[in-house]
Design a protein. Structure first.
Lengths: 366, 355
């Protein structure tokens, strides 16, 4: 059974106007009907451009934003219906690593206190019940403190820091070290699932690789499950078993990582892939490039039918602008795509229209 | 290939900030490169390597006090030569915008938020080309159209916040190309943008270089962008160029361990999955002063005691004339097979066990 199952999740933010009468004049459809499931011990990568709703989706899983409708089932419990206190307890198993490592650490708390806070909140650590029975209150407190400290030091050592960090403050660390602290904060509670929201995008290239390798090592050692949210397709593909591509609040394609790279089916995925720079001049000079025209439409007023039809070079006259495509299995195992014409695009029956794309550079042979 | 006389020749550029009480900071420490007509030169490096300070020094945009700039940057326009670092502020103002233009990283903070786009574009036309009124407006609309902004007449009246990120960057590029500058400096022009928009902007820059023959200095941290756009590349580390080469040899046979490390750190979209990344250990703060030895030595897997015998010189590499590195123990091409083994500490550990 999958560890986390999201079904038809919707998060709509109301747009309000007026001072005296607080009217709702519309909604931003940040996440609009996303279904996915994450297997235990695997990594699900969610990729998309800014404004596609990927961060909102991650936050909705932790109920950091209000869910409009749909369900988020973790270990058999629907998180969307849990009350405040029950949800708070559930967060012990669902932790998050944020994008901005400095912004997500309290500058006035030292590292020891930042990491200890979660343990205290959830009452983790301390002597077992039998041991505690033979202890006095004071002794019990001492034992609890020692145990928690050991857990915190253990988490810090796992991410490559040492007990020296305990008394220091976030500003004393470099960006990469801060991100490691953010990861240690998530680890110390021994969660099942860690949601990594742009875990490396604020870091330098050489540090990015260190953090990505760390995430992988931790997964191997501890059997963690990740939901990695990022805008960088190369990063997502590198770490994920399954990749979901989001566009304007909905998944447009989902496939095992290698399958997605070999046969991207959705026009948006193809455009996105062709836009990612590859550090190799020969590849850069010869590959196909699809330059999309224009920008992302507003999520407050998404286009009817297929959300991508306004920018799609493969757009057809029928269905695309009237009927919203559902994710449906196409091709290999686990490959789902939300496009009416996926098969015909893949076979080359429908050629891309040069008018709708800003430019299409066909890859040279070889 | 470009002409033999470069448009802009930068020699031993150095920028030193006087620290208040904490000693001076050598942000740029002897960087040399040339810009040629119709070619793109890249400056690549991580944060703190001095790439942005280099661009500000060339544009004369460093603060007037507390900074010492050394070296020379000779701009050839027609038959006259001018050292950008020694020009008077007034002369510099005449050059900026007309001969030299710059595109900044963050288009929202480099556009004036309370002035319509149109006025910001016409301002430069009035200052340098003497266009006024409807003529200036028409030219501005033409410029916006040329950089791919649809409906330019309407956009001229709009404010920066009404434009999307990609559109703002296009407006900024329109302002930069307004007077057909000979030299253009782009400082991380696509870092704040999404990849599909980044691809649009990079194509636009490529077109400008090939059509107008502008010399472009591209400053970026992204080796992928460099691979697609730049002709000649300088890899900077701690204020000095550690490797300079045309792009093919740089990516095919990188010789400096830092370049090798950078390339090994990037997850590649086209690499088989499961191939581990080989990061550089430590962070950019773990440096030693160039005067004591190689600044990269504390993070380097190739380092020996020779690395600490004073500053390493830029030497020509075996692979080609234009390819040079600042390293006493460069990565030789024959070693490349062992590269993955050398770079990854865990694998090195395995080797020791087996031995």
């Amino acid at each position: 059974m999958s560890l986390l199952r999201i079904e038809d999740l919707k998060v709509h933010f109301p747009i309000r106007r007026g001072v005296v009468f607080d009217r709702t004049v519309g909604h931003v459809y940040a996440v609009d009907g996303v279904s996915l499931s994450i297997e235990r011990g695997s990594t699900y990568g969610l990729v998309g451009e800014s404004g596609c709703g990927k961060t909102t989706l991650g936050r909705a899983v932790l109920r950091l934003v209000d869910i409009t409708s749909g369900s988020v089932v973790h270990d058999g419990r629907d998180l969307a219906t849990l009350g405040g206190e029950a949800m708070r307890r559930e967060r012990r198993n669902l932790q998050m690593v944020f994008q901005d490592p400095l912004g997500s650490l309290n500058p006035r708390q030292n590292i020891g206190s930042i990491l200890m806070e979660g343990l205290e909140t959830h009452g983790i650590g301390g002597p077992s019940d039998e041991e505690a029975a033979s202890m006095g209150a004071r002794e019990r407190r001492e034992a609890t403190r020692a145990d928690r400290r050991a857990r915190v030091v253990g988490a810090l050592e796992r991410v490559g820091l040492s007990a020296n960090a305990l008394d220091r403050y976030p500003h004393e660390f470099s960006g990469g070290q801060r991100q490691r602290i953010g990861i240690a904060r998530a680890l110390v509670l021994e969660p099942d699932l860690i949601i990594c929201d742009e875990p490396v995008s604020a870091l330098d290239v050489s540090i990015q690789a260190q953090v990505l390798n760390l995430l992988e090592e931790l997964q191997e050692e501890l059997g963690l499950t990740y939901l990695v949210i990022a805008h960088d397709l190369a990063v997502v593909r590198h770490v994920s078993d399954t990749v979901g591509v989001m566009y304007l609040g909905a998944l447009v394609e989902e496939a095992p990582s290698d399958e997605l790279y070999e046969t991207p089916l959705h026009p948006y995925t193809r455009a996105l892939m062709s836009a990612v720079p590859v550090p190799d001049p020969t590849v850069e000079d010869t590959r196909e490039r699809i330059l999309l025209a224009g920008d992302l439409p507003s999520p407050a007023n998404p286009p009817a039918g297929c959300r991508f039809h306004t920018r799609c070079p493969w757009r057809q006259e029928d269905r695309c602008d009237t009927e919203r495509p559902e994710l449906r299995p196409v091709g290999g195992a686990g490959h789902r795509v939300a496009c009416h014409h996926a098969e015909r695009i893949l076979s080359g029956e429908i050629p891309p229209s040069e008018e709708r794309a800003e430019r299409i550079v066909h890859g040279a042979a070889g | 290939m470009g002409s033999s006389t470069p448009l802009l020749a930068v020699e031993e550029l150095s920028v030193v900030f006087d620290g208040r009480g904490s000693g001076e900071v050598r942000a740029v420490d002897g960087v040399s490169f040339t810009l040629e007509e119709g070619r793109v030169t890249g400056l690549v490096g991580e944060s703190g390597c001095g790439k942005s300070v280099t661009s500000l020094a060339l544009m004369g945009l460093l603060p007037p006090r507390g900074v010492r700039v050394g070296g020379s940057a000779v701009l050839r326009t027609g038959d006259t030569e001018a050292d950008l670092l020694r020009l008077s502020p007034k002369k510099m103002r005449d050059l900026r915008g007309s001969q030299l233009a710059m595109i900044f990283q963050d288009p929202l903070s480099s556009l004036n938020p309370v002035v319509p786009i149109g006025r910001q574009v016409t301002e430069i036309l009035t200052r340098h080309r003497g266009l006024r009124g409807s003529a200036a407006e028409k030219e501005a609309a033409d410029l916006l159209y040329r950089v791919g902004i649809p409906d330019p007449k309407r956009r001229l009246k709009e404010y920066p916040h009404q434009l999307s990120g990609g559109m703002r960057q296009r407006a900024l590029i329109a302002m930069a190309v307004a007077c057909r500058p000979r030299v253009m400096i782009a400082d991380e022009p696509t870092t704040a943008l999404d990849v599909t928009i980044q691809a649009q902007i990079l194509e636009l820059l490529k077109d400008l270089v090939t059509e107008e023959g502008t010399a472009l200095l591209m400053i970026t941290h992204d080796l992928g962008v460099v691979a697609g756009l730049c002709d000649d590349i300088n890899v900077l580390y701690a204020g000095r160029a550690v490797e300079t080469a045309p792009r093919e040899p740089l990516f095919a046979d990188p010789t400096h361990p830092y370049t090798v490390g950078l390339l090994g750190s990037i997850p590649r979209l086209d690499a088989p999955r499961g191939e581990p990344l080989t990061p550089i250990r430590g962070s950019v703060n773990d440096n030693i002063a160039w005067n004591d030895g190689c600044a990269f030595a504390p993070r380097c897997d190739h380092y020996t005691l020779d690395c600490l015998q004073g500053p390493p010189r830029l030497v020509r590499s075996e692979t080609g004339d234009a390819h040079a590195h600042r390293c006493v123990n460069p990565v030789r091409h024959a070693d490349v097979v062992d590269r993955a083994v050398l770079e990854s500490p865990s694998v090195v550990g395995d080797e020791e066990e087996r031995a």
